[in-house]
Design a binder for this molecule. Structure first.
Ligand SMILES: [Zn+2]
Length: 299
């Protein structure tokens, strides 16, 4: 070690050492500082029950048997008591009390009745489940049952969602016609041919027969002559009379486009007469023409 370096680093002590004062400096009397706890009012740490004492200082809920707060130690002398809101007081569930000598769930108690109810419900559920499994097995392994189910489902479906099928008339007759425009042209499925009749005599009448009875639901009418719509008259009132004795008036529009008209009194129809009661006049006022008449029935 370098002696010169040691000498330069060592500092000589100068001056006098003073003794520490025996007493702290005197202070003038001051009012006593009241110690306050650093307690913040926070939410209680347990769920408040009716009758609990809520600490006025920290807000902790305390069982009514306590005299001092379990969290902050404050006296509970001026603590508030927890009360239920009025509607909770009304609908409060009273704690169960079992009289001496009884057990929970014993015959005659409410628990027993609840249990009985749940038990019977379980049995019903099991029975329904078993029935379902049986029906499923029957459906899977017994073809006649499956066929019945499918048939009934189809029938129900048709009842709910009716489908209309076209019905082809077997015979169509008319008591009047123009040469070359016979009544068969009404139902020949060709729109460019038409039935035409003179209005000079009595009202023209068509008779349409089916080879079965049908639940007729609607018609599609192609009014007027296909090649000269304005020339002949177009039906404005058609009277449908069914073989059942019922009848109804159908009021077509004066339009060359196809129009669908619903029928109402047409259950179990095997034949229908269609009488031209009135027409929208054509340039030739003494005629009526219809290009096509299609019938639709419930399947
Ligand atoms: Zn407290």
């Amino acid at each position: 070690m370098d002696p010169e370096l040691v000498a330069s680093l060592a500092q000589p002590v100068t001056g006098f050492a003073e003794a520490r004062p025996e007493q702290p400096p005197e202070l003038a009397p001051a009012p006593a500082i009241k110690k306050t706890r650093a307690i913040v009012r926070t939410k209680p740490s347990r769920r408040l029950e009716p009758g609990d004492l809520v600490c006025a200082v920290c807000g902790e809920g305390n069982p009514p048997t306590r005299n001092f707060c379990s969290r902050c130690g404050e006296s509970l002398a001026d603590a508030g008591t927890v009360r239920l809101v009025w509607w909770r007081r009304i609908f409060r569930r009273r704690p169960k009390r079992h009289p001496a000598g009884t057990r929970p769930g014993q015959k005659g108690t409410r628990e027993h009745r609840t249990w009985q109810w749940k038990h019977s419900l379980r049995r019903v559920r099991a029975a329904v489940l078993l029935l379902g499994v049986l029906i499923g097995l029957l459906y899977a392994f017994y073809p006649p049952f499956r066929a019945t189910v499918i048939d009934n489902s189809v029938a129900l479906y048709r009842k709910v969602v009716p489908t209309l099928d076209p019905v082809r008339p077997a015979v169509v007759q008319a008591d009047a016609m123009m040469p070359g425009h016979g009544p068969n042209l009404l139902v020949d499925t060709y729109k460019d041919t038409y039935w035409a009749a003179s209005l000079a005599g009595k009202k023209p009448k068509l008779t349409i027969r089916f080879n079965d009875s049908y639940l007729l639901r609607s018609i599609i009418l192609h009014s007027g002559a296909s090649d000269a719509f304005a020339k002949d008259g177009r039906p404005s009132i058609l009277r449908f009379t069914y073989n059942t004795g019922k009848s109804e008036n159908v009021l077509p529009e004066d339009s060359p486009t196809a129009q669908t008209i619903d029928l109402k009194n047409s259950t179990l129809v095997t034949s229908v007469t269609v009488e031209v009661i009135d027409v929208y006049n054509g340039t030739d006022p003494q005629t009526v023409a219809i290009s096509e008449l299609e019938f639709f029935a419930l399947k």
